[in-house]
Design a protein around this ligand. Sequence first.
Ligand code: SAM
Ligand code: SF4
Length: 329
Amino acid sequence: MLIDTYGRTATDLRVSLTDRCNLRCTYCMPEEGLSWLAKPDLLTDDEILRLIRVAVTDLGITEVRFTGGEPLLRPGLVSLVERCAALRPRPRMSLTTNGIGLARTAQALADAGLDRVNVSLDTLRPDVFRTLTRRKRHQDVLDGLAAARAAGLTPVKVNAVLMPGLNDDEAPDLLAWAVDNGYELRFIEQMPLDAQHGWKRDGMITAEDILASLRTRFELTPEGGTERGSAPAERWRVDGGPARVGVIASVTRPFCAACDRTRLTADGQVRTCLFAREESDLRGALRSGATDEEIAGLWRRAMWGKKAGSGLDDPAFLQPQRPMSAIGG
Ligand code: SAM
Ligand code: SF4
């Protein structure tokens, strides 16, 4: 098992498949100038699969989430999912994607064994989408979402980040649209993980702001009391249900005490937290002939060093070197 000194057990593995992306969301990447991981440093599909196998068979991982950068840009994705589905015990598998290209691949991914998807969409307005992501691909995302639903990659979750002055007036419209289309919407507070280091605490839209805005149009009832277990989203029933909405308040209401995550970057580094400043190199071990047992040992040791919290509340907080796109969100 992957346990830490605070008694938490990691069962959920986030695997970043690339740091590259076909969008340039302002809260994530600069318009240009971001340097990419070097090709030889990236794990191959076989290396990724080997690490996932060790995680699943030796370390108690039960959930695998593929992310990035944009994971649909990885050519071997469908085959990776298929090979991962053949592991025993079979992990549950999901994908976090911006949805571009999903219209083409959703059915193949479902056939390969993918269980569900999270698609990121921050706005219903094509012009705002263009400003937020610096690309004209709004319709591609909507098409990807519809294809995911048709392929049974359900529940299809939609992740939205609200940015002041851009889409912070859209929370109720996004929720009405998600309810109408059978998607489960989750708002994510903007975190200090952008490559440009432009995040400001007093400039972000908080969970409280989001809920106040939603309550102007919907009745929200907390789901399952105040307990959210290890799930980062606090969820509310919308107008009595069955529709729900989630808010991931990573900044204002952190959930570190119940964290069950471990992360693998596209270049083979284990991270214990999005905000960690340390990493443990599994790629080096893999490439110098380490056994599965040795790799499992390195991973366990990394998790044993996991800190109690993100450190966001500490005035001395320092943003990690890697941006979100290279960590895997
Ligand atoms: N490209 C894929 C996507 O956008 O879904 C997967 C990677 S992306 C880094 C994963 C999630 O992180 C997305 O939902 C995105 O909105 C979110 N994200 C990126 N930067 C963020 C930030 N600074 N604060 C909060 N969420 C962020
Ligand atoms: Fe790309 Fe996802 Fe980052 Fe947007 S949030 S730039 S889609 S990696």
